[in-house]
Ligand binder design. Sequence first.
Ligand code: SF4
Length: 654
Amino acid sequence: MSGGYVGRFLNLDLSNDKIKEERPEERVYRDFLGGTGLGVWHIYNHQMTGVNPLGPENIIGFVTGLLNGTKVPFSGRYTVVGKSPLTKTWGDANSGGFFGPELKQAGYDAIFIKGISKKPVYLWIKDGEPEIRDASHLWGRDTTETLDIIRSEVGDEKVRVVSIGPSGEKLSLISCIINDKGRAAARSGLGAVMGSKKLKAIAVRGTERVPIDDQKRLTDVSERMLKSLRRSPYLPTKVMMTLLKPIIPWILRRGVVGMPEVGYVTESYIKYGTAGGMSPCSEMGDAPCKNWAGVGFRDFPMRTKSYKISDDYVVKYNKRKYACAACPIGCGAIVKIEGGPYALEEGHKPEYETLAAFGSMTLNDNVESIIKANDICNRYGIDTISAGATIAFAMECYENNILTKDDTDGIELTWGNTEAIVRTLEKLAEHDGFGELLADGVKVAAERIGKGADEYAMHVHGQEIPMHDPRLNPSFATAYVTDPTPARHTKGGAGTLELGLSSNPFKDVKLPRVKRFQYKGKGKVHATLSKLHITLDSLGMCQFLSYFGSFPIIDAIEAVTGWDFSTEELMKTGERIQALRQLFNVREGIKPSDFKLPDRIKGIPPLPAGPSAGITIDLDSMVEEFYKAMDWSLEDGKPSEERLKSLGLAEMSI
Ligand code: SF4
């Protein structure tokens, strides 16, 4: 077996507590790398079609990235995989922190779990020794308590844990999986899959080092990667904002966006994480406003509203900063709110997606309430994007008299009502009264409410849409409707290019420049980026590194594994992983036309003001080009036989 891998998976059936080890051939590792790639390889080959996502046959996997546990910078992310109960499609969700590296050091490249336990359990693995433990005393506990209790019971503060909170236990379709108290594998509703299996948590501790093919070369590559990190002589955001205050909103409203100087973005991430982008994104129209019906600079202006939930106004609550494993940036922070209605001893800093979902989407400029909302979601194990989007949906229903105080348990759910937002989230988390109606996201809530509520339910095939507006950056729409996991901003990156940021961290890959509202050629660029980004996930690398420079990632793969790797193999591997994720959906009977973006988000009718005023995006052209570039059928979604053969997937064809 090559370096970078332990060479074994753990397969657990909770219906009979049977544990089996699997040792895939090295060819499988090389063809699928890790993370999403190895996850889809295993599940596609071991799971029947049409299984109930919350039934015993659905397999949930926790898969390390190839580079997890090495010193390669940005290599701390792992992936959770399984059929999504929210969208009934292929599902995956990626998280940072320390769980992935620890799992590999504990002796497994991946854990796959099926079956349903008779009682709540957790899986404990210490240095290659798995044990199923009773978790009855943990059922009902939040994710923070669960981590603390497990650490104290195994007597080791270094144990890393993934767990669900009460939302996953109650099978909420927008529930997620949390590690390190605030890092979330949030999308696809996979927390409910853990809950359906009565699997409260997985705890791991390992002392074995990950094997490395060439330590000396790896040290050299890692140092070169750190040197490639572009830093900036420019001043941090606060000083820039003070100097440029009078003209920044004017610039942003004209769509002159992004931070063209890569080093500036690096500095901003070090200081603020993604919270630095909240106010600019709202002003320019990238952050959706008022459940996608508003205009950022008009309805949530920078000077009076959005600045209050951005950059310095967020990090002033920092108690300390932190980084995921092997990360030189450290975009995360632990925060504290002293006093007031949202007092909090210790929580995690909310990031851009959360700030937008509970901020501009609901017209809420109270940052302490968003920190509180983030903490509720982390503790209960809820996807913050979905929760914020669902509350914004409910607000629009309320404002249009589809919901009344009789429906909302007396909550006055008007735009910007901070107290109502937090109260509604608490009810959603507890499945209490009105909250029960919202607990499975916007699609299900709209079906339960009826009365035309679906007009305000912004989702693709059940998944709430993330906080990047295709009317400003059209390629986000391509990602939302073409990736096998619908409504994802992290799958493909031409939208990020349109936003003015780099989307490609691979030193050896060159991309053409793209113009925002020029559609020709976009689908092809998006196809290239979708292959690159899925390899990043499979390597276990953070996608943010695209913003910080160009890195010798292929050198790092070679140093760790000992393989003779190339850009061509990288692209082909990305395409193979994408093709198999797509085949999973085709096998489930999902067609491309099933993934529909709501008209509002395509600009039908167009927005009346801002950089996207009058814009209706040409999504059909971009999608058509994307499918052509991938050689997938636009009718049934199936990759062509020739392409499958060239990717070594002929025997997996349907
Ligand atoms: S940039 Fe942030 S999310 Fe990415 S690895 Fe570093 S700390 Fe984690």
